[in-house]
Design a protein around this ligand. Structure first.
Ligand code: GLA
Length: 380
């Protein structure tokens, strides 16, 4: 249960810093291969209320938990196995390592990104924690720098060898816009999300997660293997630079599994550019088809979907109002994103919930969210 924050409680703090959850429209499992991704920040977010406390301790409380965790700012490296607070300690540890000031303060965290939903609650927590520390130390907020240190926390402190997509979207998102982010250069083009008579719908398959981190890291190793083998014969520096023809030419060098992973990356990179073009010209039919193709590739070539996400995407794709549907995020559970004709939305939702329940026994959850800003900082 989440306790709402009263005006009175909020006014006991100096600042309120927020960072967003994200939905990835397309471009899955290509960020760590130097590819382009197409995410957007969500109105589901983590908010940190913060005030200096004049000590060497960061005291953390949550609106969802009845406990306080005390983090010694001189021992931030020591909280890796802390159930609650490890993401916060990790972000502060990396921010400190990068040479930024850390001071004792009280933080109240209020997260509306559902945990395990595949919508990057962890990035929202990491990014907003650093933004809150910037606020109390009068450090100018540099969104990209914060995203990079938050990513480092996830990789070096939490142990998930993630790409930059989640933290970047969480920090740098803009209301009403998707980001066409080149993960190799961090160059970004903001593209208005103009879906015309269609609506983006996010649905959580509600499957309890398991082994997500180890499977994620395993996929990374497989793509690194592909790069290691193909680099000397093709001259590429990142897997996303590979084109389909060259991959086919050197297919025999790769094991069947590594070939499948590489093929997903190559095809998905092509789809991202096509999807951004479709969004720009308002072609929802084309965009929807690309979503369907992406899901299929993630299921068959990259093998990160699983029974539940496949059933959820299939239920969505089988409804006439749906232009396309795919899993979003890391996979192995979490959510789908679907492009649905707005006038058929209610029928679509009812259909998906009932078909999915029939297929898996789980009750899926539909989230109401809009496309919102990344980091915000204001007086509490
Ligand atoms: C997770 C990671 C991201 C990205 C996606 C898959 O969300 O944190 O970096 O790799 O999976 O696209």
């Amino acid at each position: 249960m989440r306790n709402e924050i009263s005006q009175k409680t909020a006014s006991e703090y100096e600042y309120k810093a927020t960072a967003a959850g994200r939905v990835n429209i397309i471009g899955e499992h290509v960020d760590y291969c130097g590819g382009k991704v197409f995410p957007a920040a969500l109105s589901l977010k983590n908010t940190v209320y913060v005030r200096k406390n004049g000590t060497n301790t960061v005291n953390v409380r949550w609106t969802t938990l009845d406990k306080t965790v005390a983090l010694d700012i001189d021992r931030l490296d020591e909280y890796r196995s802390l159930d609650y607070g490890n993401y916060i300690a990790g972000s502060l540890a990396m921010w400190k390592k990068a040479g930024h000031p850390i001071i004792g303060c009280d933080m109240l965290h209020d997260c509306t990104v559902p945990f395990g939903s595949g919508l990057s609650s962890s990035a929202a927590i990491e990014v907003s924690t650093i933004a809150a520390m910037c606020a109390v130390t009068d450090t100018p907020v540099d969104n990209v720098k914060i995203a990079l240190e938050a990513q480092r926390a996830e990789r070096e402190y939490i142990g998930v060898n993630c790409g930059i997509m989640d933290q970047y979207a969480s920090a740098c998102g803009k209301a009403g816009q998707a980001m066409l982010l080149d993960c190799s250069t961090l160059g970004v083009e903001y593209v208005p999300i103009d879906t015309g008579d269609h609506t983006l719908v996010i649905i959580d398959c509600k499957k309890p997660h398991s082994l997500v981190e180890s499977k994620y890291n395993e996929r990374r190793v497989e793509t690194e293997t592909a790069l290691r083998i193909l680099k000397p014969v093709t001259g590429i520096n990142e897997l996303a630079e590979l084109d389909g023809e060259t991959l086919e030419k050197h297919k025999a060098l790769l094991s069947p599994v590594v070939y499948k992973r590489a093929k997903h990356v190559v095809d998905e990179c092509v789809r991202v550019n096509k999807a951004a073009d479709a969004m720009k010209r308002g072609d929802m039919v084309a965009l929807g088809k690309l979503l369907n193709e992406s899901h299929r590739s993630l299921a068959e070539l990259y093998e990160v979907t699983g029974r539940e996400l496949d059933a959820l995407a299939a239920a969505a794709q089988s409804h006439p109002a749906c232009a396309g549907s795919r899993m979003t995020g890391g996979g192995f559970g979490g959510s789908t994103v679907s492009l649905v004709k707005t006038d058929g939305l209610d029928a679509f939702k009812a259909h998906v919930l009932s078909e999915y329940k029939k297929a898996t026994g789980y009750a899926a959850e539909i989230y109401e969210a809009s496309i919102a800003d990344g980091i915000t900082v204001e007086k509490a």
